[in-house]
Design a protein around this ligand. Sequence first.
Ligand SMILES: Nc1ncnc2c1ncn2[C@@H]1O[C@H](COP(=O)(O)OP(=O)(O)O)[C@@H](O)[C@H]1O
Ligand SMILES: [Mg+2]
Length: 458
Amino acid sequence: MVSPNPPPAEALENAASIATPASAGQSPRNWLEGLDNPYFQAGFGLMGVGVVLGGLRKFAGFADVFLRRRLLVQVEINNKDRAYPWFLAWMAQQSQKNQSFGRGLGLISRSHRLSVETTVEQLHNGSSSVFFNLVAGTGMHWFKYHGIWMQVVRERDTHSMQMMSGAPWETVTLTTLSRDRDIFPRLLAEARDLALKDQEGKLVIQTPWGTEWRPFGLPRRKRPLHSVVLDNGIAASIESDVKSFLQRRQWYVDRGIPYRRGYLFHGPPGSGKSSYIQALAGSLNYNLCLLNLSERGLGDDKLTYLLSTVPERSFVLIEDVDAAFNKRVQTSEDGYQSSVTFSGFLNALDGVASGEERIVFLTTNHIDRLDPALIRPGRVDFTQYIGDAMPSQARKLFERFYIAESDGPSSTNFGQDIYDIIEEGITRDKRISMAALQGLFIRNNDAEDALEACRKML
Ligand SMILES: Nc1ncnc2c1ncn2[C@@H]1O[C@H](COP(=O)(O)OP(=O)(O)O)[C@@H](O)[C@H]1O
Ligand SMILES: [Mg+2]
């Protein structure tokens, strides 16, 4: 560092003020004599030192900027970016790896400021385990990646909160020598792959977090599509409609029609509406965005925004659409409306025409309570009734519970028994939901007990 020096201007002034009385109105000779004046010389010397030091300081400043520009590269990632959690997780993993190799190169092992990130992971048998990851806390850290040193600075700005989500702003800045700049894409790709590997073969459910969509809970294991047993032909017709829509993007674009499709499933509770949508999303490698229209603080504007910013490859699922508009709309004193209005919902569904794909699933137990305006094409293009258990559905579910694959369905007649029980019930207008049947089958280990319990229920 350059030490502070007397400002040159001041030094000049001193010199001048001392020199002037001697020089004013005097002959040149006298003036020259003034140069011998020790005060004058001291002032001149000081000025010289000041100029030199000032120059040095400027030079140091230039050199610093030059070095930074020429020799260092920096990458900044802020916590609004998806790469942010990926990078922190990658860094944590990197340090674990290094420690286990005993090289002790892990940045974490050298850092003194750590923060804990707790994760819950679903194991293959469905149970969960809790893991603690030590990630780099705020401050400066160093680490070596492929033999290249990097500096990581994690900063948090607690003064400014992000709009809506209320989370503080955070950034990590990576700095390294500029000849290694190609290392950043490689590093970030590695972090991304690590994060996505966790989601592979799983279903990610997202919910609104302020105005953003954020993963809700852990990626879940997918439910096999065939495990949701719908009445004959229904599952196939839904699946083929969704698939054919997904293949017709260009058709929509060519005709200038917004590329979206709305599905409405209605029918009694426990018939598999939600389960089927979830399983279908999983089977098509889509994620689910859950939207609760009754959520506090969700107004028309926010709803419109959320529906226009649905993450890629995601179905939007809005459950119980009938229930959302039966309440009174609450408007607070400042005019802020804290719930969604019906017209606001329609507008949000219509949205601005764009080439963005959007697939919305609506469910309701009471289709008769829905305003016809909602069910017009463009908002809802495909309506499907999904009802209580039909005989063939009951048989399929029963076989799934009680007959091992190796036995083959013909090894017992119990399947036919449940078929008959349900069929007979329907003639008396007595029905049972698939959810209730599933409950019966879970409670009864023995097939005959289950049949008996079912008879009693109808
Ligand atoms: N058709 C079905 N096939 C298999 N399981 C079903 C079916 N319908 C309901 N279930 C089971 O019942 C429970 C509730 O189903 P859900 O999908 O939430 O019904 P809904 O959304 O129609 O009210 C789930 O655990 C699901 O496994
Ligand atoms: Mg449901």
